[in-house]
Design a protein around this ligand. Structure first.
Ligand code: MOS
Length: 731
């Protein structure tokens, strides 16, 4: 029964969020709360020679200043610092020793009676360094790149197929370092109770942080509980435990009292970022648009201590029909923090290059760019040969084009205008994976028709509370107001981090598994009643609806849940079940989108406005039309940022980020956003998982940067291949 699933149900936590009742990691209070402020390094590489804290210690209200020299004990092995999603390498260990690995690294933690005192005292800490030469410039270090294994098997002889193609396109595309910039700053409040800690942390995975802290501080699991009931945006920056949580716990252990530590926005820029990426794409085609060859080479960046990378070039392999394809990926190690996941990691950047190149190929072929995509359309994953469990990209193209009015586009660049503005129309394809992870859900149903649904997953702002309540309400046959969702607490049943667009599918199917166990238990109780209306009914033939257990075959055969429980002499039923998903099946699971963009470019000034964006998305069953729309719209706006605004700039003389603030790191604001239309294309999928859910967290951004870049070319006739397309690059 789907009263709630698939509707535009309002956020169940919306009221708490807009009234301030929802509390975030840096908002928890405790008696005797001490406040922290972090001192960060001003060099990119070297060693601390001396830290002088004398003057800072003299400030009234300062409690202690922790450095690598006087901190409480922490684990010594690298292994202890590996979290669930750590890349290969040796994780960074905050305040562990005097070695400096990046500019902006924490070197001291000042703890004081209040935040202002801590911040002022931190400004008085003096640090001397033995400095060593550093490298932070990706382009100048390309010669030192290390090759990684290609993400997918190459097919055919791509070099030869490219060389012998009638129509060829080759170009380099680049994307700079970008930062997540969630509204909520990184913060942790460690509440001390007689040696045990409850840590309120900004994280996308409470159990990941809990396991990590137990490793770092060599404590028993029941000594640290991690909570994150609300999160003001993560976008991947909160997948790994960040250093402020270590410092907050370190401070609490040193003082034996509660500590709150909130990083500044500037400090947040030094904990993770989307790696800059330089890509070369080659496309070879027949004159009719049939692809002969795709090659995709990518170089990305990471720190000197961990090899973070994703399969940036995979997308080119799987998306389009092409006889031959090959990929290469290399990594440059720099004296910066380790890069990390940021919304649609690898796809936002990799698909940008592929889809901009496809547009250039269409120009070379004198072919409509949408027609070229249709010509190369593939019903199977081209890398593995597996058919998709569902793929309704064709319908995305057609519904998106229809809504946009694509058939009115004139082919030639600079051929459409509106007064001083050149008008450009561009399009691109988007793709992401439909992933799912093992998860455990506990449900407690009481005789009065209320249920609590519990799982240690997070709601990073995506609407997880709401979809969990919707699915539980429908599965248990209760009004949504009777469902209480508990999440973001490490003591709840196990969940991996919320990321990769995998939680909606995973937790929803998890709720189905556990609800079915509840149903089975209730059916047994109902059948134990004298003259039971459900005598002989099989579990699969009954459902929970309107507070009763009902036969699907004969809807008049019902037993009230309350009666069954009363007869059994119990007040509540609890079930906790793990759900696993089959891996390595016979199908590929992906979400797809078609993006259409209109830009207006002032011919004299080069100012670009994105006046219309249409995104048509095929992502299986949509659980909540409202939160899904917000999710995709947010991704599309971010795609605008990637195309036109966002760029983290490093001053390579110092290895230091220059624009570590949201005044100088530009993101789209309301004035930049005009018409955005989101279309969900019907896509039924009974293979991917029982509920047919594919997830929406990442797909919204993918394809948007290329669609806009392609529109800018169509408007101006000028191809800018290094993002962001700022006006200086157009003139
Ligand atoms: Mo997402 S980049 O996996 O939070």
């Amino acid at each position: 029964m789907t009263t709630y699933i698939g509707t535009a149900t309002l956020r169940v936590d919306g009221r708490d969020k807009v009234t301030g009742a929802a509390r975030y990691a840096g908002e928890y209070d405790a008696p005797d709360l001490a406040h922290g402020s972090v001192v960060t390094s001003t060099i990119a590489k070297g060693r601390i020679r001396r830290i002088d804290t004398n003057e800072a210690m003299k400030v009234d209200g300062v409690l202690v200043i922790l450095t690598h020299e006087n901190r409480p004990p922490m684990a010594d092995s690298d292994k202890a610092y590996e979290d669930d999603v750590a890349p290969e390498g040796s994780p960074y260990r905050p305040l562990y020793d005097g070695e400096i690995k990046f500019n902006g690294q924490p070197v001291a933690l000042v703890l004081a009676e209040d935040f202002e005192t801590a911040t002022y005292a931190a400004s008085l800490v003096k640090v001397d360094y033995d400095e060593q030469p550093h490298v932070t410039d990706l382009e100048r270090q390309l010669g030192n790149a290390v090759a990684l294994d290609p993400p997918a098997k190459p097919r055919g002889d791509a070099a030869k197929a490219f060389a012998t193609s009638d129509i060829k396109h080759q170009a380099d595309y680049s994307v700079p370092i970008e930062h997540h910039n969630p509204m909520e700053l990184f913060a942790s409040t460690a509440v001390w109770h007689d040696g045990k800690l409850t840590v309120y942390d900004k994280t996308q995975g409470v159990q990941n942080v809990q396991r990590y802290l137990c490793g770092v501080f060599e404590t028993k699991p029941d000594e640290i509980r991690v909570m994150s009931p609300f999160m003001g945006g993560g976008f991947g920056s909160g997948l790994r435990p960040q250093y402020q949580v270590v410092l907050a716990v370190l401070g609490a252990r040193a003082l034996k009292r509660s500590v709150r530590l909130v990083l500044t926005r500037q400090q947040m820029y030094m904990i993770g970022y989307r790696p800059a990426m330089i890509q070369r794409i080659q496309l070879g085609a027949k004159p009719d648009g049939t692809l002969n060859a795709i090659t995709h080479d990518a170089t990305t960046m990471t720190s000197q201590y961990e090899d973070f990378h994703r399969n940036e070039t995979t997308w080119s392999g799987l998306l389009y029909k092409s006889e031959a394809a090959s990929y290469a990926h290399s990594l440059v190690r720099l004296d910066l923090p380790t890069a990390c996941d940021m919304r649609a990691p690898s796809a936002a950047t990799g698909v940008y290059a592929l889809e901009a190149a496809m547009d250039e190929l269409a120009v070379a072929l004198k072919m409509d760019p949408l027609e070229l995509r249709l010509k190369c359309y593939s019903d199977s994953d081209q890398s593995t040969g597996l058919p998709f469990s569902s793929k309704n990209l064709r319908e995305c193209y057609s519904q998106g084009a229809e809504a946009f009015g694509w058939n009115k586009r004139s082919f030639e660049p600079r051929s459409m205008r509106d007064g001083n503005d050149l008008i450009g129309w561009g399009m691109a394809t988007g793709i992401w994976e439909a992933l799912q992870v093992p998860i455990t859900v506990r449900i407690t149903l009481t005789g009065n028709g209320h249920a609590e649904v519990a799982c240690a997953t997070s709601d990073i702002g995506t609407g997880t509370y709401t979809i969990m309540a919707q699915v539980a309400a429908d599965m248990l046959g209760l009004p949504i107001d009777n469902i209480t969702v508990k999440l973001g607490d490490s003591t709840l049943p196990p969940s991996p981090v919320e990321g990769g667009s995998w939680i909606a599918a995973s937790v929803s199917n998890g709720i189905v598994t556990t609800s079915n166990a509840i149903r089975d238990e209730l059916l047994k109780m109902a059948q134990a009643m004298p003259n039971s209306a459900l005598k002989g009914a099989l579990a699969d033939d009954v459902m929970l609806t309107n507070g009763s257990i009902m036969s699907k075959k004969n809807p008049r055969s019902t037993v009230m849940v309350a009666d069954a429980m009363r007869h059994a002499g119990i007040e509540r039923v609890t079930q906790e079940k793990a759900t696993k998903f089959k891996k390595g099946g016979k199908h590929a699971h992906n979400t797809h989108s078609a993006i259409f963009a209109e830009v207006k470019v002032d011919e004299q000034l080069g100012v670009i406005r994105v006046t219309r964006l249409v995104g048509a998305v095929a992502a299986g069953r949509i659980l909540n039309l409202k939160t899904a729309h917000s999710q995709v719209m947010g991704g599309m706006i971010w795609g605008m940022g990637m195309a036109l605004h966002e760029e983290t700039l490093v001053d390579h003389r110092f290895g230091r980020i220059m624009n570590a603030n949201i005044a100088e790191y530009h993101v789209p604001v309301n004035a930049d956003v005009h018409n955005i239309e989101v279309i969900f294309v019907d896509e039924q999928d009974d293979i991917v998982n029982p509920m047919g859910i594919k997830g929406l967290g990442e797909i919204g951004i993918v394809g948007v940067p290329a669609a806009i870049a392609n529109a800018v070319y169509h408007a101006t006739g000028k191809r800018v291949r290094d993002l962001p397309i700022t006006l200086d690059k157009l003139t």
